[in-house]
Every structure is written in structure tokens, then in C-alpha cells.
Design a protein around this ligand. Structure first.
Ligand code: HEC
Ligand code: HEC
Length: 297
């Protein structure tokens, strides 16, 4: 598995996963030795994640950095889920079944795009490093899904260059935000530099998740145009390949079955810009912008 993925093995694993995923069993509070049935005929008694040999620390470290930039806003710094609605990866069957990134790679390439995980522009090697990092978290977990123990102090994230951050802001953010306008006092509002960084990278993810009232300016809307020509619009509740569900202005919830391009569906998500950002942001940009935004007290 070191040099590229064996296509056949990948296909087999994907099929195996698709089969089990259909039932999506509730995660049992299994402890080591709980005797869960392993997949692929291998009788796995304890979590595979805890049996795998640890990867090279340098690879895990690299994976951690890449994860911090690309995955944290949605999946959380500790992989237990983040502001933009990515699921807990420590509880993910798929992550547990993944050996060296072969199951995670297609997802990073966009196989779950309709479900809210955009394709990210990372090399195969980077994805493998991220996979090793995630496995290092699950391996450190005492029980499945628990946060990994850590005595490490929070890393200081204020290592960027505020002047460079200001220039980046003017170029990439100025079309929608301004320091004297909507982002005035954003550093105070966010609290800590780390919270500020999560906030600006994710855009706040204000779809009624988390605390506080949903942020109206961040709500995704959708219009559905049926073959009859009838157009129905509202706040997007959920969308996948088969169904789109929305709430109309009067509060009624409507679902439409989707069959390819019928009915026509047009999603408008104000936070698209933030998701796109994630695919191009470098580590340096991120630190620079945070260093700049911290000055907006
Ligand atoms: C813009 C938000 C976003 C970003 C960025 C993102 N994800 Fe996701 N991810 C999601 C969402 C939403 C899902 C759930 C999709 C679904 O329901 O199938 C998901 C699902 C996954 C899953 C499948 C979990 C399971 O059990 O089904 C994996 C693995 C995963 N993401 C890994 C990553 C990795 C690794 C990165 C960074 C390289 C990343 N994601 C970046 C939003 C995101
Ligand atoms: C195409 C428009 C667009 C671009 C470009 C954009 N954002 Fe946003 N941003 C939004 C929207 C929409 C929201 C959610 C609504 C809101 O809070 O204003 C948001 C939210 C935020 C928030 C949270 C505001 C709050 O009060 O909670 C921060 C901080 C932020 N963006 C920073 C940035 C930074 C920094 C950049 C550039 C690196 C950027 N944004 C680029 C549209 C954009």
C-alpha cells in the first residue's frame, strides 16, 4: 500500500464499505475486546486503529499540519466534528476501516461533494499523511470516539505577519468584508486567537448549528424548478443525490425527489466562498490573516 493504491483492493474495500454503510449501525460503546465482527473476514477483536503499526512521526506531523488547514474547520481540531458541519471522524467506521488513506482519498477527491464535503486539492501523499494523522488520533483514543489524550499546550497560532495578512485580506476578503464595517471588533467577539481563526476560516457556519441564533447572512437557500415550471424556494435543510428538502418562507417543509437533473435545483450558499478558500489557503496565509484579524479589537 505504500506506493499508490491497488485499484482492485480499493474497489473491494469500497464495495465492502458501501454494503455496511447502508445499515450504518449505531456506534456501540465498545471497549477493547468487545468482540465486534471485523470486516473482510478478518476477526478483529479490538479496534483495528489500535492494532495498526504507528506511522513515521514525521509523516504524522506533516499530516497534522495539512489537516489543520484543510479539515479542521469542518471536522474540528480534534476530529470530533467542527463548525462547518463535518462529522466526528473518531467515530467513523470508514476511518476505522481505512488502512493507509485508500478509503479517505476518494472522499477528499470529492465523492461526498453533494453531501457537503468539497473536493480538496491535495496530492495523494498529502492525503495519506492526513490519514496517518487521523489514525494516530484514533489509536491514541482510550475508547472509540473519545478525544485523544493530550498534555500538549495549545500551539501559539499568532506566528503570522499581520501586514501580509492585511494585504491578503484586501485582495481576497475585501469584496465581502471590511475591517471598519462588518468585521469591526471581530477579535473581541471571537475571544481567543484560536477561536478567531476557526471563525474566519469557516465563516461561522451559521446554519443554526452551535450556539446562538442562526446567522441569517450565512443561511443557504435553494430553488427547485419542477418540470411543470413551478418554482419553490426556501432555506436549504438538506440535499443529497436523491432528495432535496427545504423550508418555505411560511415555515412549511417540502421535499422533492431528485432524479439526475430533474427537478432543476439551484443552491445558493453564502459560505461557498469560505469553502473555496479552504482549497487554496496556505498555512502561511492562514497565520498571516489571523495575525491581522487579531488587531481588529
Ligand atoms: C467544507 C467542509 C469539509 C471539509 C473542509 C472537509 N470535510 Fe470531510 N466531510 C464533510 C462533511 C459534511 C462530511 C459528511 C458527508 C456525508 O454525509 O457523507 C464529511 C465526511 C468525511 C469523511 C467520511 C466520514 C464517514 O464516516 O462517512 C471523511 C473520512 C472525511 N470527511 C475526511 C476529511 C478530511 C481528511 C478532510 C481534510 C483533508 C476533510 N474531510 C475536509 C465536510 C468537510
Ligand atoms: C464572497 C464573499 C466572501 C468572501 C470572499 C469571504 N467571506 Fe467571510 N463570510 C462571508 C459570509 C456570507 C459570511 C457569513 C455571514 C456573515 O457573518 O457575514 C462570512 C463570515 C465570515 C466571518 C465571521 C463573521 C462573524 O461575524 O461571525 C469572518 C471572520 C470572515 N467571514 C472572514 C473572512 C476572511 C478573513 C476572508 C478572506 C480570507 C473572507 N471572510 C472571505 C462571505 C465571504
Amino acid at each position: 500500500m505504500k506506493n499508490g493504491f491497488a485499484a482492485a483492493a480499493l474497489a473491494a474495500l469500497t464495495v465492502a464499505f458501501a454494503h455496511t454503510a447502508a445499515q450504518e449501525p449505531p456506534q456501540p460503546p465498545a471497549g477493547p475486546g468487545a468482540g465486534r465482527q471485523g470486516r473482510g473476514g478478518r476477526g478483529i477483536g479490538v479496534f483495528p486503529a489500535q492494532q495498526r503499526p504507528p506511522a513515521d512521526p514525521a509523516v504524522i506531523d506533516r499530516g497534522k499540519t495539512i489537516y489543520g488547514i484543510n479539515c479542521t474547520p469542518c471536522h474540528g481540531a480534534d476530529a470530533r466534528g467542527g463548525q462547518l458541519g463535518g462529522p466526528n471522524l473518531l467515530r467513523s467506521q470508514l476511518v476505522l476501516s481505512d488502512q493507509g488513506g485508500e478509503l479517505i482519498l476518494p472522499i477528499v477527491r470529492g465523492s461526498r461533494a453533494v453531501k457537503g464535503m468539497p473536493p480538496l486539492n491535495l496530492s495523494d501523499d498529502d492525503v495519506k499523511a492526513v490519514a496517518e494523522f487521523i489514525h494516530s488520533l484514533t489509536a491514541a483514543g482510550r475508547t472509540q470516539g473519545a478525544p485523544p489524550p493530550s498534555d500538549a499546550p495549545e500551539p501559539d497560532i499568532l506566528v503570522g505577519d499581520a501586514t501580509a495578512g492585511q494585504a491578503y485580506f484586501a485582495a481576497k476578503c475585501g469584496a465581502c468584508h471590511s475591517a471598519a464595517g462588518d468585521l469591526q471588533g471581530i477579535a473581541t467577539k471571537a475571544g481567543s486567537p484560536k477561536a478567531l481563526q476557526n471563525l474566519w476560516v469557516s465563516g461561522g457556519g451559521g446554519r443554526g448549528r452551535g450556539f446562538g441564533a442562526p446567522n441569517e447572512a450565512a443561511v443557504a437557500t435553494v430553488s427547485v424548478i419542477q418540470p411543470s415550471g413551478e418554482k419553490v424556494e426556501g432555506r436549504l435543510l438538506r440535499i443529497d443525490d436523491f432528495v432535496v428538502t427545504l423550508v418555505e418562507a411560511d415555515g412549511s417543509v417540502r421535499s422533492f425527489r431528485r432524479d439526475g437533473d430533474v427537478p432543476a435545483v439551484d443552491v445558493h450558499d453564502p459560505l461557498d466562498a469560505h469553502r473555496t478558500l479552504l482549497t487554496v489557503l496556505t498555512d502561511k496565509d492562514m497565520h498571516d490573516v489571523t495575525a491581522y484579524l487579531v488587531t481588529l479589537k
